[in-house]
Design a binder for this molecule. Structure first.
Ligand code: SAM
Ligand code: DTB
Ligand code: SF4
Length: 352
């Protein structure tokens, strides 16, 4: 008691995932509202600061140099361009600004990495939480990013260890785990999740959830992406996945990582308003806003504003989530039993 659990087995997580959807969503929502206000959605904005030409061969990714896609590649953006995009994001209600670069790993020390560090310092000054996703990091790079003011580092495990090799062959699962370790040791928070709809089995989705659950501490934020099928990538013609698998993945993530903020990430353009609402009911409490994710379309401010209005949801104010997770005000004000870490236990009792 007192701490979230990290020891649920794959079978136990599978049993949660397989609950009748009514029970699953109810449990996820019950757990979620012990940690977070049920009507608040945190908004992040993405900017691709270096696009295309990536050496990795991630089968879903339009930015891989291994595939011919329509992405307009560009080198690292100037700091001023990044800062003006961050200002606009803040004006549009985002509390977190996430800079993504299509790198296998950022170049070692030198002008490019210095430019990233400068951009981080400048965006931080705007009062936004800074997130970066730049590929694999060594200990020193992680330390430098943390010192420059990076609050969260996004680095996804994407799928189960067993399916990983079918999706990416230019790196291994352990490479990702090593970077996550370096990020933790440098004191940044971890943003780590995956993709649903890549032709994986239900067992693979549960395998990913099990990996995320086993990270101690849990990733503070867990992005769940629905595959955006991009022409030219090997996954362009994958069959549509049943959207309830997305809902189940989100709900299970909320139950087994009770204090983590689960983000309904890529793929919202293909989802109906009703499907998105179901994801919020299943405990998703964060989205990416703006017309574009990194290179693919996103619903945009107008559609999101209309959806929030219909659903009675509101954005978390900029700056308010800077102390997200254990020290967040909503956690501090949660009743003691709610912070006792018994949530996953409650869910499991319901399962067994
Ligand atoms: N290169 C860095 C890396 O791989 O960590 C950072 C950028 S990468 C584009 C960030 C994440 O976006 C990937 O880990 C993947 O989960 C997600 N992603 C990329 N393409 C996607 C797609 N077509 N559909 C859904 N998610 C995607
Ligand atoms: C994450 O899990 N999803 C975001 C963010 N982390 C960096 C990226 C989604 C990218 C979707 C494809 C694209 O727009 O290029
Ligand atoms: Fe490169 Fe990241 Fe795309 Fe993989 S997901 S190809 S590492 S940009």
């Amino acid at each position: 008691m007192g701490e979230p659990r990290y020891d649920l087995t794959r079978e136990e997580i599978q049993a949660i995932y397989d609950l009748p959807i009514t029970t699953l969503v109810y449990l996820a929502q019950s757990v979620h509202r012990r940690y977070y206000a049920p009507d608040e959605i945190q908004m992040s904005t993405l900017l691709s600061i270096k696009t295309g030409g990536c050496k990795e061969n991630c089968a879903y990714c339009p930015q891989s140099a291994h595939y011919e896609t329509n992405v307009a590649a560009h080198g690292l953006l100037p700091v001023e361009t990044i800062v003006s995009a961050a200002k606009e994001a803040k004006e549009n209600g985002s509390s977190r600004f996430c800079m993504g670069a299509a790198w296998r790993n950022p170049p070692k020390k030198g002008p490019q990495f210095d430019q990233v560090l400068e951009a981080v310092r400048e965006v931080r000054k705007l009062g936004l939480e800074v997130c970066t996703t730049l590929g694999m990091l060594d200990t020193e790079q992680a330390q430098q990013l943390a010192e420059a003011g990076v609050y969260a580092y996004n680095h996804n495990l994407d799928t189960s260890p067993e399916y990983y090799g079918d999706i990416i062959s230019t790196r291994v699962y352990q490479d990702r785990l090593d970077t996550l370790d370096n990020v933790r040791k440098a004191g940044m928070t971890v943003c780590c999740g995956g993709i649903v709809g890549m032709g994986e089995t239900k067992g693979d989705r549960v395998g990913l959830l099990h990996q995320l659950h086993s990270l101690s501490p849990h990733p503070e934020s867990v992005p769940v992406n629905l595959l955006v099928k991009v022409e030219g990538t090997p996954l362009a013609d994958k069959d549509e996945i049943d959207i309830f698998e997305m809902v189940r993945t989100i709900a299970t993530a909320c139950i087994i990582m009770p204090a983590s903020r689960v983000r309904l990430s890529a793929g919202r353009t293909q989802m109906s308003d009703e499907a998105q609402a179901l994801c919020f009911m299943a405990g998703a409490s964060s989205i990416f806003t703006g017309e574009k994710l990194l290179t693919t379309p996103n619903p945009g401010e107008d559609r999101d504003r209309a959806l929030f209005q219909r659903l009675g949801l509101k954005p978390v104010e900029a700056g308010a989530s800077a102390s997200e997770y254990a020290s967040a005000p909503e956690h501090a004000s949660a009743p003691e039993h709610a912070r006792s870490g018994s949530d996953a236990g409650v869910s499991c009792q319901a399962v067994h």
